[in-house]
Design a protein around this ligand. Structure first.
Ligand SMILES: [Mn+2]
Length: 334
């Protein structure tokens, strides 16, 4: 087997870790594979899931995709959503493949228990590994920008021919997690992979039109709200708390907000951006972004969340004033 040079061999020597030959064996010896990503799937999550389906099928296994997605999401315009299933009967499968996700707590609540109880699980991911699950096999490449890129490189390593449709899915995943080749996770291997995908005649403008040139008025209102209402504290840490009431008033959704979290991070002086938004009554998700050498994954992990060095998240509970108080305290920990 020709090893792909972008895969880090050191990271796959720990117990429970598999190499790319073992991944090939595990998948090709399976009959029916159930593929899961993380809750609220994003571009990279779907890219990796669809890519993994293609990979499984080319290795001779039947593969099914499981996800809960909102009907409004622009993701529906990129991916063939007729392939997504919502009812998982674990008895029909002999392998669960988790991509872009290495913790059961990040699996959608609808599937979590069934996945957690499943006996044969393979994890292919690029998030920093925070938990070793007994019995799971892991392939974690946290230096790679996107789970979609890991899947693409596996396909290249196995010399599996891609088609235009799936090359577009994988490219979209890489675009999503690198912020169109902007974030610090972008390196020469990212471009090498993107180039190989582009050789399949993919329509990158279609992807960019859907992701970056389809902003709605509700999203612009959300953006205005963020830019008018953020606060700065400590070492140039920017924070804002968005309640359900605000979403209602602006006719916007958390999905609309997520789009602009990176916007605040483009402001030159800010080292860290923390956006807390209410997802359920008194439950706030906090999206964190950082630059200038500041790391947010440790803080996110400390508060029960996780993610990458410069993009991570966690939850806070309580009413608005309690969440503001907690968030300000956390901002001062940098
Ligand atoms: Mn990802």
């Amino acid at each position: 087997m020709m090893k792909n040079e972008t895969f880090d061999k050191d990271k796959i020597s720990a117990p429970n870790y598999v190499d790319i030959d073992e991944i090939q064996n595990i998948i090709s010896s399976s009959n029916k594979v159930a593929i899961f990503g993380h809750v609220n799937p994003d571009l990279d999550c779907y890219g990796a899931m669809y890519g993994a389906k293609y990979l499984c099928e080319r290795l001779g296994a039947e593969a099914h995709l499981f996800a809960i997605n909102s009907d409004k999401s622009f993701l529906n315009d990129i991916f063939d959503k007729s392939l997504i299933e919502r009812d998982f009967d674990s008895s029909k499968f002999d392998l669960v493949l988790m991509v872009d996700c290495n913790e059961f707590s990040r699996i959608d609540i609808k599937f979590r228990e069934a996945v957690q109880n499943f006996k044969n699980i393979l994890v292919i991911d690029h998030h920093e590994h925070s938990m070793i699950e007994n019995g799971c096999k892991f392939f974690i490449q946290s230096h790679i920008c996107a789970a979609s890129m890991i899947i693409a490189n596996l396909l290249f390593s196995y010399k599996i021919r891609l088609n235009k449709e799936y090359a577009e899915y994988l490219f979209a995943g890489i675009v999503g997690d690198t912020g169109r080749f902007l974030h610090t996770n972008t390196d020469k291997d990212t471009f090498k992979c993107a180039l190989k995908l582009m050789e399949h005649d993919i329509d990158i403008q279609r992807i960019y039109d859907i992701v970056y040139r389809s902003v709605t008025i509700e999203q612009i209102n959300m953006q205005k709200f963020l830019l008018n209402n953020y606060h700065v504290i400590g070492k140039n840490i920017c924070y804002i708390v968005v309640t359900k009431k605000v979403f209602k008033k602006l006719h916007a959704t958390p999905e609309d907000l997520k789009f602009f979290v990176n916007d605040l991070n483009t402001i030159k002086d800010f080292n860290v951006v923390m956006v807390a938004y209410e997802v359920e009554h008194n439950k706030y998700k906090v999206s964190c972004r950082s630059k200038n050498g500041f790391i947010v994954s440790k803080i996110a992990q400390k508060y029960g969340g996780g993610g990458h060095k410069v993009a991570a998240g966690f939850n806070l509970f309580g009413n608005k004033s309690a969440v503001v108080r907690k968030l300000k305290k956390i901002c001062l920990e940098f």
